[in-house]
Design a protein around this ligand. Sequence first.
Ligand code: SAH
Length: 340
Amino acid sequence: MQNIYNYTEEMLNEYLINLNLKPFRSKQIIEWLYRKKIDSFDEMTNISKEFILKLKEDFYIDLLKCIINQQSSDGTMKFLFELKDGNLIESVLMKNDYGYSLCVTSEVGCNMGCVFCASGMKKKKRNLETSEMVMQILSVEKIAKIRISHIVIMGIGEPFDNYDNVLNFIKIINNPLGLEIGARHITVSTCGIVDKIKEFADFPLQVNLALSLHAPTQSLREQIMPIAKAYNLVELMNSIKYYIEKTNRRVTIEYILLKDLNDTKECANNLADLLYGLNVYINLIPYNEVKEKPYKRSTKNSMIEFFDVLKKRKLNVQLRREQGSDIDAACGQLRSKHMN
Ligand code: SAH
């Protein structure tokens, strides 16, 4: 028995062909699942009883069990879900002027070990299945009674460490017959797995790529992000250049501002040197402090000074407003609190 939300249209077609059925059936199934959002195969009225029985033999339809649902004063909502095997994951729903966006978790825990991050305090237990990512969207839409228009794969986990499942997830939610979330409305964020960044350049959908850079030099990056020891900054920037050349798309650079660590004017100038001339958009992010960690958020002044240096050097940059900080919305905080 398989969770049917693991299946892309291609996979459903293959399943149908093996049963000697016409592939157009997959379009009907997708419509029922993602448009009409049925919770039982019996509701598929344009499908024969016989085929419904077969579907029921091979698949099940399910949603996630929500155990905590917090709402912030700014409208941000945080969900803690329990998976079938008892593992916990979180999703964050943000309300923007352009619609609702959901921050999706890609792994149970995370092995990347970024020193400032709450998620990494709990080691990775396993990859999420494609369906477990799809169900985050469907479950949140159902609970909050809204439609999600934007997806950021920036929750717990490193999406490029669960590459195949994440790509299938993107294909499923982008499918025009189903949830139809536009590729340009989907962002996948990586801490910098160089091989996968290169591979992702061949992915046919126009999805946004975000890189968690957080430091402008190898020595500083190594101090705060262990992944920098596996892939150095030169290799990393080369993979980004390759990606931009191959796809012609702008890459988002995420940069958390950590007090007295990576928020100096010297860092800003180094960052400008590193990124100058590249088709990138820099997102400066106020650090969400984590109780167990010594790192502090930069002062307003340092943030503005940092921003000004980049602006003066003609880089595309924005200082991101923060959301949901009164509800443990920083990566992994709710899950980690609940597990302790
Ligand atoms: N592993 C992926 C995606 C998950 S983390 C990545 O590294 O990009 C999503 C983003 O949140 C990353 O940029 C990460 O560095 C950042 N982040 C982690 N902890 C944070 C915190 N406490 N405050 C602000 N941003 C944080």
